[in-house]
Design a protein. Structure first.
Length: 388
């Protein structure tokens, strides 16, 4: 098992990669410099195969173990940054104005490179490690792009493991849970069309504003009355736009927008169906029409029970019995790691980043002291799972 002290030796090198990525952040599907550097480093480690351009800007590295096993274990890192102006003031702060690695993907990429270097040197496993450096986690579904490009079928990946830095959790600690861990995240837009006109003559109009207001109220009944109270879901109407700024005109068109989060694929299907039905029926009752555009975003991230127990065992082997909190509540944020977990048994863990500002803030600061714990867990998953 690759304990953190093995990675402590590699820490200065991995930290230098991490800070280089941090200085040169790139937005989704623009990770050209990052991907080129990842591929260059993988080749320098002597990995068996490096493929660039998978899922547009993704990179895949393949390392074959010493043993004859056939197990194929995938390890995933994400490479994209966010459109945020960095305020940390570090010497290695972003040199790309308005773009920042504020979600720690620079750290994820560097930690997986560290694991790759170790695995290519030692090869103390039987089977194959597939290292997945994906683009566009931040809303661009880079995981799906790589899967659509044949990632799982081409390399025969059987299990997938990934981690995410977690501010507020101590360095060296891991958090996870079996089952749903992160929410599905969908968006919707409802276009209500009626008959606009003079606000003083409502009887000659079909009031789109009143209809939209009734739809907002009606939608709240879905989570309150249709979803099983033992399940969790969020339906938030967040935007309302009219085609007229006037205070004496009933608008012809009102557009509502919002988000739906769930922890269960069945609840997600239910809410989508009820949302469309509720909006269109309320509009019809008013003599208006409602056109609903429901766009599915990331699915629910569901950790496989067996994969999660393996992930916990490896983390405990590294950090001791108290290293893992395996009973956390699910979080309503979304992760495109969900696309791997839909296809093959997978587990996702949070890795402690200490007491820092949250991800997606301009003060977020990835703590390089967490690197040995991330790299050793990633490498450890291969050594634990790819056995004869
Ligand atoms: Zn993020
Ligand atoms: Zn992230």
């Amino acid at each position: 098992m690759p304990f953190p002290n093995r990675f402590a030796e590699l820490l200065p090198e991995i930290t230098a990669w991490r800070r280089d990525f941090h200085e040169h952040p790139e937005l989704m599907y623009q990770e050209h410099r990052t991907a080129a550097r990842v591929a260059e480093l993988l080749r320098s480690f002597g990995v068996d195969e490096v493929q660039e351009g998978i899922g547009r800007t993704g990179v895949v590295g393949v390392i074959r173990g010493k043993g004859p096993g056939t197990k194929v274990i995938g390890l995933r890192a994400d490479m994209d940054a966010l459109p945020i102006t960095e305020l940390t003031g570090h010497p290695h702060a972003s040199k790309n104005p308005g773009v920042m690695h504020a979600c720690g993907h620079d750290g994820h990429t560097a930690m997986l490179l560290g694991a790759a270097k170790y695995l290519a040197e030692t090869r103390n496993f039987s089977g194959t490690a597939v290292l997945v450096f994906q683009p566009a986690e931040e809303g661009g579904a880079g995981a799906k792009a790589m899967i659509d490009d044949g990632l799982i079928s081409r390399w025969g990946v059987q299990e997938m493991y990934g981690l995410h830095t977690n501010p507020g959790t101590p360095i060296g600690k891991y958090k996870t849970r079996s089952g749903p861990m992160m929410a599905s995240a969908d968006t919707f837009q409802i276009t209500v069309t009626g008959r606009g006109g003079h606000a003083a003559r409502p009887h000659e109009c079909i009031d789109t504003m009143l209809t939209a207001a009734q739809i907002v109220v009606g939608l709240q009944g879905i989570v309150a009355r249709n979803v099983n109270p033992l399940q969790s879901a969020v339906l938030s109407v967040c935007a309302c736009k009219t085609d007229s700024p006037a205070t004496n005109v009933i608008p012809q068109v009102v557009t509502l927008g919002g988000t739906v989060r769930t922890m269960d694929p069945g609840v997600r299907d239910l809410i989508e169906a009820r949302l469309i039905k509720t909006a269109t029926a309320i509009a019809e009752a008013q003599g208006a029409t409602a056109e609903v555009l429901y766009e599915r975003g990331y699915p629910v991230t569901i950790n496989d029970a067996d994969a999660t127990s393996h992930a916990i065992a490896v983390a405990e082997a590294i950090g001791g019995d108290n290293a893992v909190d395996s009973t956390i509540d699910p979080v309503m944020g979304a992760e495109d790691f969900a696309y791997y977990a839909e296809k093959i048994p997978s587990a996702f863990v949070f890795l402690g980043n200490g007491d820092t500002a949250g991800v997606h803030t301009p003060d977020f600061d990835f703590d390089d002291e967490s690197i040995p714990f991330g790299s050793s867990w990633l490498a450890g998953m291969v050594e634990a799972r790819a056995v004869a």
